[in-house]
Design a protein around this ligand. Structure first.
Ligand code: CO
Length: 209
């Protein structure tokens, strides 16, 4: 019970401190949101996007799930993406993975996680496609971290394959899709890839607008 009370007490203190600095802080915040970023991150508690980027409320529109996946049949995710791109018109989408990710570890293991297997299957497919590259690495840690990076690249490509992102690019709406990896050991973010337009998309995935 104490654990849950702590959250409510901390919230009270936080709200008071914000209002003391600026009495209009919450009334201004309540008017609208105008974030410049859509963050697609892992649900892992050690990677809080606002904290690690020193961002404030209103700055980042967020979707988090196990292992930061972009799944083309995930109505929840697609709704977030559609709203971020078409209504909020965010100019940046960031897919952020992190080293030592439990979801990626699960994909490399043979353990049965029940229902979660079906989600992790998306990462197993990336493992299978890159099996040789991953298995030349000696340690389990290195293999996990390589698959973390490959998974981020795969999710950036999955974003580029959506009609939502392709339509924005077709309309010349500024939209940059970034793949980053957070290093849990150092607290640093590393850039892995950025797509600025649809020029790199294989024709199999291209829609006409
Ligand atoms: Co994770």
């Amino acid at each position: 019970m104490q654990d849950i009370k702590k959250l409510l007490l901390e919230n009270k203190a936080w709200a008071q401190s914000k209002a003391e600095i600026n009495e209009n802080y919450f009334s201004n915040m309540a008017l609208e949101q105008n974030p410049k970023y859509l963050w697609i991150g892992c649900a892992d508690s050690r990677v809080p996007e606002s904290e690690i980027t020193s961002s404030s409320p209103g700055e980042i529109f967020v979707h988090r799930n196990i292992a930061n996946l972009v799944v083309h049949t995930d109505l929840n995710f697609l709704s977030v993406l559609s709203y971020a791109v078409n209504t909020l018109k965010v100019p940046h989408i960031i897919v952020c993975g992190h080293y030592n990710c439990g979801g990626v570890k699960a994909a490399l293991s043979h353990q049965n996680f029940g229902l979660v297997n079906n989600w992790v299957r998306n990462i197993k497919d990336t493992y299978f496609k890159n099996k040789l590259e991953i298995e030349t690495l000696g340690t389990e840690k290195d293999q996990v971290n390589k698959l973390v990076e490959l998974n981020v690249v795969a999710q950036v490509r999955n974003l580029a394959h959506t009609s939502i992102v392709q339509e924005a690019w077709a309309k010349n709406q500024p939209l940059h899709v970034h793949g980053w990896v957070y290093d849990i050991n150092t607290g640093k973010l590393n850039e892995h890839m950025t797509l600025h337009d649809g020029s790199g998309i294989d024709s199999a995935y291209k829609y006409e607008f």
